[in-house]
Design a protein around this ligand. Sequence first.
Ligand SMILES: Cc1ncc(C[n+]2csc(CCOP(=O)(O)OP(=O)(O)O)c2C)c(N)n1
Ligand SMILES: [Mg+2]
Length: 935
Amino acid sequence: MRTAVATRIDAKLLEDQYSRWKQNPDDVEATWSAFFEGFELGLAEKPNGAPAPSASAAPVQTAQPINGSAAASPTPNLSDLPLQTRVEGLVYAYRTIGHTIAKLDPLTQERPEQPLLDLRELGFQEKDLDTVISSRFFLGGRAMTLREMIENLRLVYAGTIGFEFMHIQNIRVRNWLRERIESRPYEAAPGRAVQIALLRELLEAESFEHFLHTKYVGQKRFSLEGGESLMAALHTIFEDCPRRGVQEIIMGMSHRGRLNVLANFLAKSLSNLFAEFSENYVPNLVGGDGDVKYHLGYTTTRKTSSGAEVGIRLASNPSHLEAVNAVVEGMTRARQRILHDSEERKKVLPLLLHGDAAFAGQGIVAEVLNMSQLPGYRTGGTVHIIVNNQIGFTTLPADARSSFYATDVAKMIEAPVFHVNGDDPLAVAWCAKLALEFRQQFKRDVVVDMYCYRRYGHNEADEPLFTQPALYAEISSHPSVAILFRDRLIETGVLTSDDAASLETEFECRLEITLQAVKEAEEQREKSSFTGSTAVFQPSYSHVPVPTGVAIGELEKVVTALTTVPHSFKLLPKVKRTVLDRRAQAFKAGGPIDWAFAESLAFGTLLAEKTPVRLSGQDSRRGTFSQRHSVLYDAETRDRYIPLLNISPNQARFCVYNSLLSEAGVLGFDYGYALDFPEMLCLWEAQFGDFANGAQVIIDQFLASAESKWQRPCGIVLLLPHGYEGQGPEHSSARLERYLQLCAEENIQVCNATTPAQYFHMLRRQMRRSFLKPLVVMTPKSLLRSEQCVSTIPEFSGGHFQELIVTPSAAGNAAAVDRVILCSGKIYYDLLNYRDANKIANTAIIRVEQLYPLDERLLVELLTQFPENTRLIWCQEEPQNMGAWTYFYMCLDRIFAHTRQIWYAGRGAGASPAVGALLAHRREQKALVQDAFTL
Ligand SMILES: Cc1ncc(C[n+]2csc(CCOP(=O)(O)OP(=O)(O)O)c2C)c(N)n1
Ligand SMILES: [Mg+2]
């Protein structure tokens, strides 16, 4: 699979280095310097004074087509170059493209071909092989024959590990890696105990799969077989955690080998695992529907051989490959904050395991990699391990990616990549060890790409011979990695065959005994249940109002912080006038308080009460609509000042970040953060609400269903700008209907508040209840600046969030009402204005501020005050097939047991959420408001 010939040298890098060197030879690494010196020298010696060369015509031909032959090469005659130049070129070539001839694939003994590493290509001939040479930059300048140097280079760069690290621009990082890589062949082998421990890991992994294979025939388990060396990598990382300062590992992984990892790495009890395989198994859940066994998460604390404890957590995972990456990163960052490790970020390690096809194919991989160094999202680097079985379901790499390696996307963040042959567990363990050390040293991502194979089909019921007959015939006769390693240890005298045999039977016996016990328990109880649950159970949803008003004195403290800056801070006059001064005056006058001010008051009061707040989203610091100004900038220095960090000395932390331009990655991250930091108000804001559909997987697979599937509650808040204002199809609708369709079993809350005070109480309420539910909020755009959409101070100093609000008829007499218009959101103001303008006396309006969970008891109570024949209208600005109409119609129809007619006033159904032309929008809006009063 790796026979394609590739050049891994980056021509641009070479050009850059060359021009830097020309300007200042000290500006580049010593190896480069020597290389270019010789190169120039060689050219200078050329007869006829060849024109100034391009650096990419250097001995290592970088600009060659992938299969470029020497004959087509425009390079100078390399054998004319001074010997030393050619020697440096040779070393450089192996460092950059040695990995292309490494023996990575366990299924082939042959090395891949790489003409660029041929003797001739490097300017040598057969007769030079015995010439004694040396390089100042390789093996400390030791003298050796050319033959020996090539052998050494192959040992380092083209053995069972292929290193990609020369793309890293930072010389210090590159040199650090080079030193470790080049000293590896000369390191002492791991001790006997370590080697035997690795064999034990492999045997356990293998016998676990064998056991399930024979006892639960045909059941899906997504066997790890072929990739068992993953366990060697995990074991090595775990054992090294204490000395590297890691206290917790947070893991994300998909289906492949997950049961094996749960059993043999997280030490989830075998009896629970076997019970889950039973056909009679019913999970012991308080609520919800549960999930299949290979998606479940687990939390444990294990002791390393040194006796130190390391916490290990495997995040619950939906089928959607790679989506969990973002969640794991968010969980990690939350844990880092909780452990006061927000600077070094060494205590909590994110560890992500990936499939080769998914890593190359799923866009969220790039999003999460792109987050890895950003101030609001970094986690101190992630260790990635690819279980590269060189296939995805039935699809081979040639159809699965345009890149050479499955891991190439990681090079965009200059992550080093260690490609390693999975049939060499010692090499895998070595890479894992280096990966952890690298992460702890440089706080950057690193990738271990473990080449292996998949012994069976995609799952155990799948026939791989249908699509890859020859490959799978070959795999069936390939000995397992445990057997190969066992034989190697016997051969090298580390182990006797008797020791090996007893190791093998030991684990098999344990499996048999556990299974027997599970079966007996099952017979006794008929139904088995999972007892070691790490699920979080919480009280059920309640509509009981929560008092969330804040005393004037406390509000005042927040307002003072919000409206003053340090003396020396040169705030832009416009910001001072339109934001700070206006807010100060409004507060003094008891109002009007607008939306953004109300939000700051909610955040500020929570912070003062020691509830931390995190807000993340695109341009969230200023606010898409220039409304928030949570970070102020000095007009001269661009120094930043965050008023909400300056309320009182012992307030909680306020974190506000402009996110990268991603939805799935960022929402996944913030969801993970909120999951692991329930005491913090965590908000994710979409630039416009409709962009959230780029994060649909996170919304469907995590927010809406995680509690039901995995009993993992979460209080994240989604702020989704929504409202029909004539800005066209893409900036009007946050797709309210999609969230309402997801609602069931009190899983999430969906709100569309109409006043700043309501918003204030809603945010505060989110942190002041005994249960956690994701909160989806349709937030305003034009209402941010509406003179009508304002509140007064008494609405903040007392009260609570109202899920339903009645605006009585102008006549004030409920008995005289003949029409009730129900609505949600901004349309309320249009209705109110129309009613006032037309002096309509007998129409009441009910605003549904919380659409789900709907307080049906209260709604009935409110409606029954009106005469029975009152006409009920649902009015919305969204098209009929969107918005809340179908949802709300079904609610009312059920409440009234099909006895009352509900009229619809709104736009007709539409394929697109809104018209493009402002005039058409206005015409439609006017008509639907009129309909609400006339239908
Ligand atoms: C987003 C997404 N698309 C499709 C699938 C269906 N699917 C499950 S596993 C798989 C192949 C994965 O290949 P790879 O990442 O190489 O992992 P492997 O199974 O080989 O370990 C596919 C296509 C999925 N689970 N998630
Ligand atoms: Mg695969």
